[in-house]
Write a protein that binds this ligand. Structure first.
Ligand code: DON
Length: 303
């Protein structure tokens, strides 16, 4: 199999799809990104890396950061987070609040915004600086010491963050935050505003393709924990499109409104795609098509 040829073909095929969908604009500084970029990178578990298109151009990772905050919390504090957040698909948009009140302040899963706020809150309690902890993990695993929080994106989201703020207050009203609402929101907006390329992100998520083994060869998560993070990505990583994503791609995946998606082939590789124009569920249209073609061509799906 010629991986470089596969990636080059995918980039050529999905180019027309980059103009389908809408670039997220509810965070104004994300709306400034041009929709016609597309990148793909495959980081093999054994270290080889392949890329095509705009695979080295940084973008805002947004909700993809939720995978790393969850992994960090599990690495410190294995199971206790699951008393504060469920792990069931929500079937609702990433920023929906309707189930939160019905479930008395326990979010459906750690990847919808309400659940990610709880995970960030826990990480803030454990490390004192949740966004810096996520950044540290991403720098270490990507090997890129320049991975940084885009302060303009974080400020832009904070200025328009009424919905996340209302979720955080509702969580606090049920006693499901350990830290002040403003501190949790600040940490969450910063972790979402980390800027990385497809290359950085594919390398950084490779531990999930290596059963939890980190870049230096040391265990970061146990194989069991790595399995669990991948399972939650499969069932909840693309929100109310998780069924469609499993149907088309057949891999654990996590999307972000910056247009990135990370997908994992356990035991084999991690793959990152980036195309800023999003479909109605907040997932990259070109990115899903690219991953669909990738698993079809390679046969590397978990099914
Ligand atoms: O909280 C938000 O709305 C954004 N910082 C992240 C949302 C996101 O990326 C959803 N993913 N598709």
């Amino acid at each position: 199999m010629d991986m470089q040829e596969i990636l080059d073909e995918i980039v050529a095929h999905v180019a027309p799809l980059c103009l389908q969908g809408e670039v997220a604009s509810y965070i104004p500084s994300l709306g400034e990104v041009s929709p016609d970029s597309f990148g793909i990178c495959v980081a093999m578990a054994d270290g080889e890396v392949f890329g095509a298109g705009d695979w080295q151009k940084p973008f805002s990772i947004q909700s993809i950061s939720k995978v790393f905050s969850l992994a960090l919390v599990m690495s410190y504090d294995y199971d206790s987070i699951w008393k504060r957040v469920f792990r069931e698909p929500s079937g609702t948009p990433f920023n929906s609040m309707v189930q939160l009140e019905a479930d008395r302040g326990i979010p459906r899963n750690p990847f919808i915004n309400a659940g990610a706020l709880v995970v960030t809150d826990r990480l803030l309690s454990i490390t004192g600086d949740a966004a810096a902890s996520v950044r540290g993990l991403l720098r270490q695993e990507s090997g890129n010491p320049e991975v940084e929080i885009d302060a303009l994106v974080a400020a832009s989201e904070a200025d328009h963050g009424h919905r996340n703020a209302s979720m955080a207050h509702l969580l606090a009203s049920y006693g499901n935050l350990e830290n002040p609402v403003d501190e949790v929101l600040d940490s969450y907006f910063k972790q979402c505003a980390l800027a990385m390329s497809c290359e950085d992100l594919a390398k950084a998520s490779r531990f999930l393709a290596r059963h939890g083994v980190a870049a230096g060869g040391t265990p970061f998560l146990s194989p069991n924990q790595s399995k669990r993070v991948n399972a939650v990505m499969l069932t909840c990583g693309t929100y109310d499109a998780a069924g469609e994503f499993a149907y088309r791609v057949g891999l654990p995946g996590k999307s972000g409104v910056g247009g990135g998606i990370v997908a994992i082939v356990p035991g084999r590789c991690s793959i990152t795609v980036w195309g800023p124009a999003l479909g109605p569920n907040g997932n990259s249209v070109a990115g899903i098509a690219a991953l669909d073609e990738f698993t079809a061509k390679t046969g590397w799906s978990i099914f």
